[in-house]
Design a protein. Structure first.
Length: 768
């Protein structure tokens, strides 16, 4: 039987499985079969006579735990796997705490609070202390308490630590310590633990009760930990305590994939493992079964620049494969278009399915340009580990304000934003106005003009009146500015942007970035001319119409569909795809601005890049944009330093993603002929029909003069006669804007009328 389950292992994997006694560190490179090694090792222990009840295996996900149990059962062909303590840290520790809870003063059937429960307790405490929840947002407070617990900092220690107190004072939250104390006391009084308590209280149990520690040290003679590089301080301490007697502790992980420091994980746990125990056996799994050698060459070279690491070099027998492609585009929208075009081409030329493609980005806010480009080409996709950009609450909130300004009768948008940010219009006040509107058959907006008429009094009535006046004020700007100017004012004057900015949690920062990205997209919409240089309707109504069409995707994103996957690199860890686009490789984006001022932060960003590269099996593209809109301004970007770390011999450098280059590629590599039914090939598409109708109704096409040569925009003045290649001859009536953003009103006569033209983009000849 032993021979059967060892047959499929390579030499390094076999070493890891057969090492029984003493501490073992398995350094498992990306795609090296670590789950197979871990499960085979457990099966080998049981097959060698170790009682399954004596084995503890800890993972980070329920899915990983279930997969391990299933594989072990398959290897052994019996029910011994049921007797294993295999599960996530939280689930295994919860089982133990149920047994031992009374020693800590908790009932055996203690409640486990989820995130919403915990936030509700915090809200109650804030109300009791008369603390404004705008400064002390429950999500931020909970994340702060979570970080303290994962670092094994008690409420008392939190209040006594001078550095922590100074940090809270600088963030204008000096009451954090008091809130933490009350929160801990309230949970204890309620007989409840939150998720972080399952780690914190497990450590407290083992520390305070030596007899309990001895009990579980002797029970678990073999301890195995998956993804050890992702452990935090609390997990590390508990593992060290449990394994202290027998020291048959096996950790599996890859320091190069330690990317969760924002959750409290510390790469030092795996880096210092050899210092924690004597005679540690180290086995490196360096054979990769996933990627081509070209992809691994890039991964090895880039991660080699990290100083704090366990040296290893991934190799494969999969073959050399194609060189990776480094793609430069002019703007972030061009980047999105390039990726969508490349996916279309690869599907045709190499018969890939949509699900074979993944687009990986540093932050969720980057998904917008890729979503829009994929939708335009009717390529179905799904956002993994997050919502589609336009489905995120903060994005929908700002869009609801904008839609309400365009159409004040829209009851759904009123209900969404009337009390966000909080302005004292409660649910009962809103319900009263809705009932009145239905009874007298008028719109909610009309009722809101006279709130006292439906029984609202005092502060509530005043708040409704202020809201109505604010929306009316915004409506006066509809015809005075473009979509971006109005959207910016809405974000500012409603307090929505400030509300998000004040939330300094990881989630709060992401929400703030998403709203900024929405504003960036509106700014780009207002400043981007069509191919003729013409600035078409840039009103708020026009923008909202465009967004509505883009976001009306029906059932394209269902789970069972063949879809392109979009996700952050953090969400992609542990996954693999035939084709990967690692996008947004620009300084201050990837690596992130916040990571550029210390080595630890920068090295984690490099590990994040390593993770993105090693998700690819066959083909890898690394893309970046020369410019992208950030905080409403077009910002020029430098290529990420990680691109400079890719040796030229491993990549196709200078591979640009401009429109012209894409066209050349299509001519050089014509799409595969569709061998399916060709009877429909000659039928015009809806787009072609629309273009034909438009052409039939348009003015006669202009033929440029024989000596047509475009003139410099800076030489053009009001009153000049000019020639446009498409619209013909016209007269410049006005010129506005700066030197790089000159906008002219040009009268082209009866054929085309007056048009707004961006002089820097349009090709115009001065008629002399």
């Amino acid at each position: 039987m032993q021979q059967s389950y060892l047959d499929g292992l390579n030499d390094s994997q076999r070493q890891a499985v057969l090492h029984i006694k003493g501490p073992l560190m398995i350094v498992a490179g990306a795609g090296s079969g670590k789950t197979k090694v871990l499960t085979t090792r457990i099966a080998h222990l049981i097959n060698g006579g170790v009682d399954a009840f004596r084995i503890l295996a800890l993972t980070f996900t329920n899915k990983a735990a279930a997969e391990m149990k299933e594989r072990i059962s398959h290897i052994l062909g019996n029910s011994e796997a049921r007797n294993l303590f295999i599960g996530t840290f939280h689930s295994v520790f919860a089982k133990i705490l149920r047994i031992e809870a009374e020693k800590l003063g908790y009932p055996k059937n203690f409640t486990i609070y989820d995130t919403d429960d915990a936030k509700s307790v915090i809200k109650t405490i804030l109300n009791e202390l008369n603390i404004d929840d705008k400064s002390y947002k429950p999500a931020y407070v909970l994340s702060r308490i979570s970080a303290a617990k994962n670092g094994l900092i008690s409420p008392a220690e939190y209040k006594q630590d001078q550095y922590i107190q100074q940090e809270d004072a600088r963030s204008n939250r000096p009451m954090m310590g008091d809130i933490y104390v009350r929160y801990a006391n309230r949970c204890f009084k309620n007989g409840a633990m939150d998720f972080d308590d399952l780690l914190y209280k497990m450590h407290e149990l083992l520390l305070k009760f030596p007899e309990v520690l001895s009990k579980y040290q002797n029970k678990f003679q073999y301890v195995l930990i998956d993804e050890y590089q992702d452990t935090n301080t609390a997990q590390y301490r508990v593992i060290k305590m449990l394994g202290a007697v027998h020291e048959n502790i096996c950790v599996v992980g890859d320091d190069a994939q330690s990317i969760y420091s924002f959750r409290g994980a510390t790469v030092q746990n795996i880096l210092q493992f050899k210092d924690d125990y004597n005679d540690v056996k180290v086995v490196k799994l360096e054979q990769n079964y996933r990627s081509t050698q070209s992809i691994l060459n890039v991964a090895n070279k880039v991660i080699g620049n990290n100083k704090n690491q366990i040296e290893k070099s991934l190799w494969t027998s999969n073959g050399e494969g194609e060189k990776i492609k480094i793609v430069r585009t002019m703007t972030d929208n061009d980047e999105g278009s390039f990726v969508a075009d490349a996916i279309s081409e690869m599907r045709l030329r190499h018969h890939y399915d949509n699900k074979d493609f993944a687009i990986l980005y540093r932050t969720n806010a980057q998904s917008r340009s890729f979503e829009e480009s994929l939708r335009r080409k009717n390529i179905p996709y799904k956002i993994y580990g997050g919502l589609s950009f336009y489905q995120r609450k903060e994005v929908k909130d700002l869009l609801a304000y904008l839609r309400l300004i365009v159409n004040e009768q829209d009851e759904e948008n009123i209900k969404r934003v009337i009390n966000y940010p909080v302005r004292g219009i409660g649910k009962s006040s809103l319900d009263r106005m809705l009932v009145a509107a239905n009874e007298i058959n008028v719109t909610l907006w009309e009722v809101m003009h006279n709130p006292t008429g439906v029984g609202l009094k005092g502060a509530s009535a005043n708040a409704v009146g202020d809201f109505v006046m604010m929306i009316k004020g915004f409506r006066t700007l509809l015809d005075k500015g473009n979509a971006y100017d109005l959207a910016y004012e809405v974000g500012k004057r409603t307090g929505l942007v400030k509300d998000l900015y004040n939330d300094k949690s990881v989630e709060g920062l992401a929400r703030y970035e998403n709203v900024q990205e929405l504003l960036n997209s509106i700014k780009e919409f207002t400043e981007t001319p069509n191919e003729d240089g013409e600035l078409t309707d840039k009103s708020l109504g026009s923008y909202l119409q465009q967004i509505t069409l883009l976001t009306d995707t029906g059932k394209d994103n269902d789970e069972d569909q063949d879809v392109v996957r979009l996700m952050t690199i953090h969400a992609a860890k542990g996954l693999e795809f035939p084709c990967v686009f690692s996008v947004g490789l620009e300084e201050n984006l990837f690596p992130s601005t916040m990571s550029l001022y210390d080595r630890e932060g920068l090295e984690e960003e490099r590990r994040l890049f390593y993770v993105s590269v090693t998700r690819a099996k066959d083909r890898l593209w690394i893309t970046y944009a020369n410019s992208r809109y950030r905080f409403g301004s077009l910002v020029s970007n430098e290529a990420s330093r990680f691109i400079a770390e890719v040796p030229p011999e491993f990549s196709e450098q200078n591979y640009t993603g401009t429109a012209g280059q894409q066209q050349q590629q299509k001519q050089a590599f014509p799409s595969r002929v569709n061998t399916k039914d060709k009877s429909l090939d000659n039928l015009p598409s809806l787009k072609q029909l629309a273009e034909k109708l438009q052409k039939n109704n348009a003015a006669p096409a202009h033929t440029p003069t024989a000596d047509f040569v475009p003139d410099n925009a800076a030489d053009m003045e009001v009153g000049m006669k000019i020639e446009h290649q498409k619209f013909g001859f016209g007269t410049i009536n006005t010129i506005e804007g700066g030197s790089n953003n000159l906008i002219a009103n040009i009268d082209f006569g009866a054929g085309h009328g007056e048009k707004k033209i961006m002089l820097n983009y349009a090709k115009l000849r001065i008629v002399r």
